[in-house]
Structures are given as structure tokens and as C-alpha cells.
Ligand binder design. Sequence first.
Ligand SMILES: Nc1ncnc2c1ncn2[C@@H]1O[C@H](COP(=O)(O)OP(=O)(O)O)[C@@H](O)[C@H]1O
Ligand SMILES: [Mg+2]
Length: 278
Amino acid sequence: MNTPMQKIIVERLCKQFGRGAEQVHALADIDLGVHENEFVTLVGASGCGKSTLLRILGGLETIDSGSARVDGREIDGPGVDRAMVFQNYSLYAWLTVMQNIQFSRRLKINQRDRTDAEVETASGRADALLRLMGLAYMADAYPNQLSGGMQQRVAIARALMSKPAILLMDEPFGALDAQTREVMHDLILHVHALEKTTIVFVTHDVEEAIYLGHRVVLMAPRPGRVDSIYDVPLPAKRDPEMKLSPAFNALKRKILMRIRETSGMKTDLEMLEQLTRS
Ligand SMILES: Nc1ncnc2c1ncn2[C@@H]1O[C@H](COP(=O)(O)OP(=O)(O)O)[C@@H](O)[C@H]1O
Ligand SMILES: [Mg+2]
């Protein structure tokens, strides 16, 4: 077969929360495949199950039925092959930037058994990631001395430390201002190219979803489901200028219209409120 290998396969996945009248069909019959080294973005109205799906892929949430596999193996809890980045940076306030990056369970466990060479490799990688994030000069600073964008770069570096094959990102740039977000977009695209990571990225920003994604997966609520999937018709090497192109804007309009249709929202203001409510 010529098609790229499927890294993640989700089939007929269902997930409910609560019981009886309280029951929420967070995810109903989700089918989704993500290729190795693909960058997939998930958009959709608030409550359509984006975070739940991502948490399932991260092994932080169980499923009721169906299947969610990575490399053909059923997901059974978190693993070093998958790293998550959330909107709130979740850095340890009492550790420096460098200590935050090097802090991971994997590095802590078996520390006594580690050879000098392994420790050397790990600190070499931490240095390299810090440089990649443009934060080498901040290695000894504490999180409260950093801007939001810098903190999120540290969180990304920390996530990359274990060389995860899959990066799962839940509205990672949602709290940043527009300018910082643009910088982060090109940074994450660079990371994706460099590290050959497979990325699943949740956002409520349709423009962000198109700019970053090879494909945009549109989810719809009640019950949470995959409504449609769009191929992004942009050159692989992205450039912010592309956001001005007719193809970009046509797709943006199409997706926004479909989000509105699938969520029963009538006005743009209503939609904006829905999309940004967390
Ligand atoms: N731990 C939970 N307990 C009960 N309901 C939940 C829980 N997590 C999510 N839900 C519900 O599942 C649905 C999907 O939530 P979520 O995945 O957070 O959506 P999204 O990220 O797209 O906004 C929502 O109706 C939400 O209220
Ligand atoms: Mg969410």
C-alpha cells in the first residue's frame, strides 16, 4: 500500500458521562485515522467532545465502546510516546525553566540506574529544546518571570523532552494574544517538521486550524461526533501571507458556516460566544 501509515486509529468510539437524565453523549461513534507525521486540527462548538477525544488519546480518559489505537495497540493509559500540552501552562512555579523541562516522570524513575551517557544525552536534549524555543537565555528564570508565550514554549519543550511520537495539544495558544499566537504557529510548524511528530491539535480558532492543519476535523455537539473533514489546500511550507489567499478564506467561510449549521447557532455573536466558552 502506498498510503502513509496510520499512527492513530479511532473506530466507533463512544463515551458517555453521567447516568439517567444527566447522561451526556460526549462522543458517539467517532471514526478517525491520523497518519504518521500528520498535523490534524479539531474544531467545533464548545461541548462537542474535542477535549474528551484528546484526553482519550492521551490515555487520561477511558472509553465505553469502540476502539482507540496507537501503532495498532489499544490505548491503555498515558505513555511516553504521547505528550500533552494544555492551555494553562501548568509549569512548576518553584522550578526554573531548565528544571521544568527536565522534570518528567520518565527522568525521575530509574534515575539511579541511568548511566552518565544517558544523563548527558538528556541534558543535551534539554539544552537543544531550549535553544529551539529561543529561551536559552531564560534557563535559570522561574515561570513567574516569563510572559505567557514564553511559559507555553517551556511547556512545549517539556512535552518534547521524551521525544514523543505524538503531540496532543488542547487549545495551547488560546490564552495568548494574537501576535504571540502567530509566532507560536510558526514555531510549532517548525517543531513538527524537525521532530517528525504526529500532532492532534484542538482549537476554537478556525483560522488557526486551517493554517496549522493538513486536515481540519469538524466536530458537532449533542451527541459529540465527527461532522466533516476538510483537506487544507495550502502549500506544505506555510507562510502567514497565505491567510490572505482566496483558497484560505473560502475554506474558512465554509467551515464557519458548517459550525453554525451543526450547532444551531443563528448569529455570528452567538457562535463566537459558543466557540470561546470553555
Ligand atoms: N468529566 C466529565 N464529567 C461529566 N461531563 C463531562 C466531563 N467531561 C466532559 N463532559 C461533558 O462532555 C461534553 C464534551 O465535553 P468536552 O470534551 O470538554 O468538549 P469540548 O472540548 O469540545 O468543549 C460536554 O457536554 C461536557 O459537559
Ligand atoms: Mg475543550
